[in-house]
Ligand binder design. Structure first.
Ligand SMILES: CSC[C@H]1O[C@@H](n2cnc3c(O)ncnc32)[C@H](O)[C@@H]1O
Ligand SMILES: [Zn+2]
Length: 430
């Protein structure tokens, strides 16, 4: 058995700040917290001076391999961006090799931003899972589903077969969970959503989809089915199954109350909504109505990064201004969205809190920086002042993945070189 003790000045243990203590880890789990320890009882004792220790972050909506399309097409609304640029690029470039290499780059960014788990939706999902396993990062790996043939699959059966293969392959993996991802109501029919629900319930999977992202989507769905995307999803049963909905920007008061009553899980992707000019999700109202709100970056081609800490800081500040209420979404609320709410939304047991018996998934922040002194409230500092570059250490399932600023599992230099190689190919051949 491996036993590690790590000393921190502020440890967010069981959702309260504990001062000057040792956090204890046994194998992949948190074993407790103590003011004093006998150092001989541990394989490793790590002293982090001027430090704060928080639960690792969970990014609830990503398309990880899209890091290779970062900056490829900017300053466009969603449908132009997707139809004229992103879908053609995906059709041309995606392969197992491309997706694996891109996901390693994404993993470096996730680790450096304190992310211990990403809820991903994409294609070639086996390669995403394999890259995350290599990096030591957890992932809910979603197999994308569309209603039209692509190079990834010919029909719904083939899309579902892709997911079935993932289930067989990663069933017992400690880092990976599998999900099924019908893309959106404008690319997947109500009948196909129903098939996805049946499939997910049979295999006990999470369903992950985009919903109510743009006004264009609302009009398109109203024209096609005579109802809003939220009404449509309610009718097909998507709010009565294990599911998470990315975006949820355009919904009325009745719809907010409906998803609140059903404790629906949503992934709020504010910076992507900003950049694609999609609009503003009414998050304060959703929280007040009982919706389980979590935070996602979306892909790096619409954000344009995977920095979930910066995203969270923006979420906290934006919704104060948007609701003209400075008390809205305080630092503790958004920290909860980033950790506990996210673990709950993704049905991840023993995650999201630093507590005895939970997975040892946590980050260490170096507080000895001009922008982090003095300290009155470490939670305020995490949300309003800390930059991802202040994160020195990341532990995932008890493994020291970022150690004093160095990624221990994968070769970051080599990964950056690969990114240059692929981007040169894309530039020259596009
Ligand atoms: C079903 S696999 C994922 C699919 O979604 C595309 N995508 C990326 N970002 C968004 C977004 O904000 N809204 C809708 N679709 C998006 C991605 O390019 C893949 O094709
Ligand atoms: Zn998305």
């Amino acid at each position: 058995m491996s036993k590690i003790a790590i000393f921190g000045n502020y440890i967010y243990y069981d959702n309260k700040i504990v001062r000057d203590s040792y956090l204890l880890i046994e194998n992949e789990y948190i074993a407790g917290i103590e003011k004093n320890i006998n150092k001989n009882d541990y394989d490793e004792v790590i002293i982090k001076k001027d430090s704060a220790i928080f639960p690792g972050f969970i990014n609830t909506h990503t398309h990880l391999p899209m890091v290779y399309f970062r900056g490829l097409a900017d300053d466009l609304p969603l449908m132009d961006w997707l139809q004229k640029h992103i879908w053609p690029a995906e059709n041309k470039w995606l392969s197992d090799e491309f997706v694996y290499d891109a996901t390693l780059l994404a993993a470096c960014e996730l680790i450096r931003c304190g992310t211990i788990c990403a809820n991903d939706m994409y294609f070639y999902s086996k390669s995403i899972a394999d890259a995350l396993i290599k990096a030591g990062v957890k992932g809910v790996i979603g197999a994308g589903v569309l209603d039209f043939p692509t190079k990834f699959a010919k029909n719904l059966n083939e899309y579902l077969n892709n997911a079935e293969k993932l289930i067989d392959r990663y069933n017992d993996n400690p880092l990976i969970r599998v999900a099924i991802c019908p893309h959106a109501p404008y690319t997947v029919s109500p009948e196909s959503y129903k098939e996805c629900i049946k499939f997910a319930e049979k295999h006990n999977l999470l369903i992950h989809t985009h919903l109510a992202e743009t006004e264009w989507e609302i009009n398109e769905i109203k024209n096609k089915y005579g109802k809003s995307p939220i009404q449509l999803m309610n009718e097909v049963g998507m709010f009565d199954t294990k599911a998470i909905f990315a975006h949820m920007v355009h919904l009325n008061q009745n719809e907010i109350e409906l998803i609140g009553k059903k404790s629906v899980n949503i992934s709020h992707c504010l910076e992507s909504n900003f950049k694609l000019a999609s609009g503003f999700a009414p998050i304060k109202d959703m929280l007040e109505n009982g919706v389980n709100v979590t935070i996602g970056t979306d892909g790096a081609a619409s954000n344009n990064d995977l920095d979930i800490l910066a995203e969270t800081s923006t979420v906290a500040k934006f919704h104060k201004a948007f609701s003209k209420d400075a008390t809205a979404l305080n630092a503790e609320t958004v920290l909860k969205m980033l950790t506990r709410n996210a673990a709950k939304a993704l049905y991840l047991d023993k995650m999201g809190i630093i507590k005895k018996g939970y997975y040892a998934d946590f980050i260490v922040i170096d507080l000895n920086k001009p922008h982090l002194q003095p300290i009155y409230n470490p939670i305020s500092h995490l949300i309003y002042s800390t930059k991802s570059s202040d994160i020195t250490d990341v532990f995932i399932n008890g493994k020291h993945i970022l150690k004093d600023g160095i990624i221990t599992t994968i070769d970051e230099e080599e990964i950056l070189e690969k990114a240059k190689y692929w981007s040169n190919k894309i530039k020259n051949e596009n």
